[in-house]
Design a protein around this ligand. Sequence first.
Ligand code: TRP
Length: 315
Amino acid sequence: MAVSNLAMGSAEISEIVAGLSADQKQISPKYFYDERGSQLFDQITQLPEYYLTNTELGIMRDNIDEMFAMVGKQASLIEFGSGSSLKTRILLEHVSELAAYVPVDISSEHLHASAQQIREQFPHVDVLPVVADFTQAFALPKPTVMPVRNIIYFPGSTIGNFEHDMAVDLLRVMYQEAGKGGALLIGVDLQKDADIIESAYNDSAGVTAEFNLNMLQHLNRDYGANFDVDEFAHSANYDEDKGRVVLELVSQADQSFAVGDTAFDIADGEAILTEYSHKYTLDGFASMASTAGLSVEKVWMDAKQLFSVQFLTRL
Ligand code: TRP
């Protein structure tokens, strides 16, 4: 079994080796999400310090009627991501008369399981899952009822996990998939006091640390790596100048490790970059969106202005 796993993962192994060979060692955030990683991520969203999920949920609940009015009737709701979340349920409960609900995800297993749950809970909704990498243009399914417009839904401030140029490219894909008359409903985390942000990614229960470190276990198990996981530490710092959290795994000793046949040295205190989480100002996000041909029509925020849900249309 182990042998065929490794053979199947050889393209990934080359990608991992390339990332660890760069001046700034890095591992793609996609390796966070093995089964354990997905469980830990769900736990993160429920942590008291992790304000993002609860704040976004509150914004949705408080403004759902206005959101529905902007979405309109007979829209096709296209979610970038698998859409198993409570936020999606709030939308589907309140946005009546949808032409279709189209969750888009690269993981077929995850997508079909959550699509099935949505069908059971919302039997009147035409649920049309699409297996695709949503960073590239993809073909939309044809709903039974012709949609009046497409609404792209992208919650969770996942846009923040893309660096500027990649975020613009992704917004361009959304522009294209929205089509004529289409719009976006997107969750965007906001710049704020560094303490609030840093404690969200350094929770006292240590779940985010475990989530970050789990990536090394995942690589050991499935991609022929031999990290000594105990010799790495989680780190999350907010870079105020760049407006982003930098998630890293910091080596606790001068040590070596291997991935497949490739050996690496890492110095005591040297970091492996695992992810960024960008925080925006309202102006900063609007100007990035305009580069992709999108205009911010409406911004909803919580009272403390921690987080925003924004409605964008094509310029
Ligand atoms: N997009 C969210 C954020 O940046 C969720 C998330 C993605 C996250 N990757 C993460 C949270 C890694 C904690 C750690 O906050």
